[in-house]
Design a protein around this ligand. Structure first.
Ligand SMILES: [Zn+2]
Length: 438
């Protein structure tokens, strides 16, 4: 707890019997001034605010930081866009997103393309938005200028990305990108599947698609990234780990003190291959079996996986065709990521403090956002009122992202976002966009 500024009136004081602070869950009054958390006080402290909210037994969480969102604007704005994606984020308790460099046209692979993307986002965002750059064959010289222009790091693929304008790096290209990123202590974030171990699906069913993308392909690619991190000293992050086969090499890299981190996604923690009903469940890498899912939870509990982020990757409905070999691979989940993870986390004995660490604190650290990720003095007043016992059934048509498709449609989840504050300002679907481009 921090000493109050005596006699001062805050812009906002939010009280909760269950505030999720860096040290765990406890009663607190969070005092906000100029958009930042000015003090974290005892619940019954008489601090006065121009606005006062008492949540009682409803939880107060730090705003979520989702570092894996494909907004797709400009260029594929029919798939998603800054206005719709950030409205979905706000409704889901996500107060910062970091946009992926691909599926937009142009992809964010040089400073000019970043300017185009920032212009598309400006004035349209309900929450704060940061940007990843892209590392593709031939753009090594563009990485440092992009870093200096403020991208949070660089995404690359080792296998085809799904869009032709964002090709993968070969072994030599990956080594070159890692050496370059290490030269300015940047961060490379990697879609890690070894193309040599992927095959074309032998038919249209989900099981044939799953067989074409084995966990071995992920493990081999993760081992290659770790070897290069060891050789170059580069910081690297493995995106969307779906296979528990990756945990052993990641754990060994951590023991060796390498700067290699990893994330997984709500769908790999909550959905399994036997539950797949249609192409809305298709993603790359794929949903696997229940035993694999259980081991991902163990990796999360052990800290081998540090972040849980959505990999929200929508498309228009016409691209989600019944043939799994041909369907667009991407899951839409931005707005329901928190309740999806909480529903499963709670059943497995985890706490909201764990969820806040995985979905807010660790992603903020990954993306280099020291003002985000915790309810603590000096941080942005990004706050979420979360009823951790309310159950609801997901209706895709009522979500705010552009196309009403999600594998969570019809599922009953536990946990409802009641209110989201961005830098101390309450967000509603009618609030004009006040998100900042980070
Ligand atoms: Zn992605």
């Amino acid at each position: 707890m921090t000493a109050p500024d005596a006699g001062e009136r805050y812009a906002l004081v939010v009280r909760s019997r269950r505030a999720v602070l860096p040290g765990g869950e406890r009663p607190a009054a969070v005092a906000v001034r100029d958009g930042r958390i000015a003090a974290v006080l005892p619940y019954d402290h008489p601090a006065d605010g121009a606005a006062r909210v008492d949540l009682g037994a409803v939880c107060l969480l730090p705003g979520l930081v989702d570092t894996h969102v494909h907004v797709n604007e400009p260029g594929r704005t029919a798939w998603e866009g800054f206005a719709t994606a950030t409205r979905a984020a706000a409704a889901g308790g996500v107060t910062t997103i970091v946009d992926m460099p691909l599926n937009s046209i142009p992809p964010t692979v040089d400073v000019g393309a970043l300017a185009v993307k920032r212009a598309a986002a400006a004035g349209r965002c309900a929450v704060d938005v940061g940007f990843w750059g892209g590392a593709v064959p031939g753009n090594t010289a563009a990485l440092r200028p992009l870093h200096e222009a403020g991208v949070r790091g660089f995404k690359c693929f080792l296998s085809p990305s799904g869009v032709e304008e964002f090709p993968p790096l070969g072994p030599a290209g990956l080594a070159e990108a890692m050496r370059e990123v290490a030269s300015f202590d940047g961060l490379l974030v990697v879609h890690a599947e070894d193309p040599g171990l992927l095959t074309d699906p032998t038919g249209p069913t989900y099981l044939e698609f799953l067989a074409s993308r084995p966990g071995e392909a992920e493990r081999a690619a993760v081992e290659r990234v770790i070897a290069l991190a060891r050789r170059t000293g580069a910081r690297a992050h493995i995106l969307h780990v779906s296979s528990a086969a990756c945990l052993a090499p990641l754990e060994a890299a951590r023991r060796d003190g390498l700067r290699v981190t990893a994330e997984t996604c709500p769908h790999y923690l909550t959905l399994t291959a036997d539950q797949v009903r249609g192409p809305e469940f298709k993603c790359c890498p794929p949903l696997r079996d229940r035993g694999n899912r259980d081991r991902l939870w163990e990796g999360l509990a052990a800290g081998t996986l540090s972040c849980v982020v959505s990999d929200h990757s929508p498309s228009t409905p016409d691209l989600k065709v019944p043939d799994f070999a041909a369907s667009w691979g991407g899951v839409s989940s931005l707005q329901v990521a928190l309740p999806a993870v909480w529903t499963e986390a709670r059943a497995r004995g985890h706490t909201l403090a764990d969820v806040a660490r995985w979905m807010s604190e660790a992603p903020a650290r990954l993306a280099g956002l020291p003002g985000k990720g915790a309810i603590a003095p000096g941080r942005d007043a990004d706050l979420v009122a979360f009823d951790d016992t309310a159950a609801f059934t997901v209706d895709a048509a009522r979500l705010h992202h552009r196309n009403p498709i999600t594998p969570y449609h019809g599922r009953t989840l536990t946990g409802a976002v009641l209110t989201t504050w961005l830098r101390g300002r309450e967000l509603t679907p009618a609030t004009p966009p006040t998100g900042i481009l980070l």
